[in-house]
Design a binder for this molecule. Structure first.
Ligand code: HAM
Length: 422
């Protein structure tokens, strides 16, 4: 019988054993960032609503339709963070990190909230690992950020994914392109809603999935053909760096991201085994964001957000495990209280040496305890009965082969570690 309570709609739980895979994915993504010198930042789960409205953009779906916004008890409007970049900028400004050594390289991990229509791979609480590198506008840094994500996915064992890359230009070429695109769009026979979109955010019309709009915009002017010399130069250097790093990519000149702050290099990682929600990560450069949020200097930044939920789904689609299924390496089976007292000691010693150990608690008999040992996924059981205890010995059972041997009790920890190859 269900108690009646359910997690809120569209909000996933990660329970064992899948939670171990989830955690391993998140750790691997984070580790890749740490290897490139990104330091951890822990951000608030909710912020001033204005931060996201200004940072992410009023015209985006994320801000206009998907935010969890509420008044706190002091009547301040706060919002559960829908993404991480705006919060990182706020923290950089608030703590003056932009006045220290540049670039500021930060990484974060945690939940974000978007009131989207839930489906497989699209959740209202989503998990990301992100990085932001702020303060240096160097194409080599763009390539570094992209390569970190690529390396992390490869380390997890993923192969069935693509990297799409484009440039969204800078403030010397984007305004002109925007006008050019609007001119083109206003020449089409568009419904009222699409026309309004063309007015507010014309790029988004290029992302319209309806066939007749796709057909009508097939010949629309593309940003990539109208880049300023400096934006084109930047993009070419990013590509050259990626080539040198051996990171494969496809240029997708029609890529449209759901957030407004992007300039120049913009990218998305797409997995082919995921159906509609195929974006496993994405990011890009953002020239004006820091200043727009109150930063004293016009510092550029670049970063990504990698979707942990979707990366896990991608691993499952490719049949890859990110972590061992077992929750322990060794399972102790004490028969009687004196045996329990001794095994508790052995377990503590092994745990101290980094071996994962659990015991059969609750005075289970041999049969029940061995069943627990099998279920735990442990490679070995240590079985200690009264007779063995009296003789100073213990039974070491290989749970995969069933082989059993009697070993001296006082060297149990050493032997177990040897057998585990530690
Ligand atoms: P984003 O593309 O909105 O970028 O999200 C990044 C990733 O989060 C997506 O590629 C996807 O894997 C995952 N994601 C987004 N929404 C959902 C959802 N509803 N359910 C499951 N997964 C989801 C950003 O958030 C930017 N802040 C990234 C960035 C950092 N750009 C520069 N710096």
């Amino acid at each position: 019988m269900s108690s009646g309570f359910q997690a809120p709609r569209g909000i996933p739980d990660y329970i064992p054993p899948r939670s171990a895979q989830f955690q391993a994915v998140r750790d691997t993504l984070t580790r890749a960032a740490q290897l490139a010198g990104y330091q951890h930042i822990e951000l608030p789960i909710f912020e001033d609503t204005g931060l996201f409205a200004r940072g992410v953009g009023e015209s985006t779906d994320v801000v206009s339709k998907e935010m969890y916004t509420f008044a706190d008890r002091g009547e301040r409007s706060v919002t559960l963070r829908p993404e991480g970049t705006a919060g990182v900028m706020r923290a950089i400004i608030q703590h003056g990190l932009d006045r220290g050594a540049l670039p500021v390289k930060l990484t974060y991990a945690g939940p974000f909230f978007r009131y989207e229509k839930p489906q497989e791979g699209r959740y209202r609480q989503l998990q990301q690992v992100g990085v932001e590198a702020v303060g240096v506008d160097d194409p080599a840094l763009d390539a570094e950020v992209i390569a970190i994500a690529d390396e992390a996915y490869r380390r997890l064992g993923l192969t069935d994914y693509r990297l799409e890359l484009t440039s969204l230009g800078d403030d010397t070429c984007r305004p002109q392109y925007r006008e050019l695109l609007q001119e083109f769009l206003f020449g089409l026979d568009l419904d009222e809603e699409t026309r309004q979109r063309a007015e507010i955010n014309p790029l988004r019309v290029l992302d319209d999935k309806r066939p007749h709009i796709k057909d009508a915009t097939a010949d629309a002017p593309l940003m990539l053909d109208h880049l300023s010399d400096s934006a084109r130069g930047h993009f070419e250097q990013v590509r050259a760096h990626l080539d040198r790093l051996g990171v494969k990519y496809e240029v997708n000149p029609r890529m449209v991201r759901g957030l407004d702050y992007y300039t120049k290099t913009t990218f998305e990682f797409v997995h082919d085994g995921l159906g509609a929600q195929s974006g496993i990560g994405g990011g890009g450069r953002y020239d004006g964001l820091l200043q727009q949020l109150g930063g004293k200097q016009a510092l550029s930044g670049i970063g990504f957000g990698l979707g942990v939920d979707r990366t896990l789904l991608a691993l499952e689609a490719e049949n890859i495990a990110a972590a061992p299924d077992s929750r322990v390496d060794v399972f102790g089976v004490p028969l009687g209280e004196p045996a329990m007292d001794k095994l508790v000691e052995v377990a503590a010693q092994l745990r101290g040496e980094g071996v994962r150990v659990d015991l059969a608690y609750g005075g289970k008999g041999l049969k029940g305890a061995m069943k627990s040992a099998d279920r735990s996924g442990a490679a070995f059981a240590l079985v200690l009965g009264e007779r063995e205890l009296a003789e100073g010995r213990i039974e070491l059972k290989d749970l995969n082969t069933g082989d059993q041997q009697s070993i001296p009790l006082d060297s149990a920890a050493v032997v177990v570690r040897e057998r585990l190859g530690r």
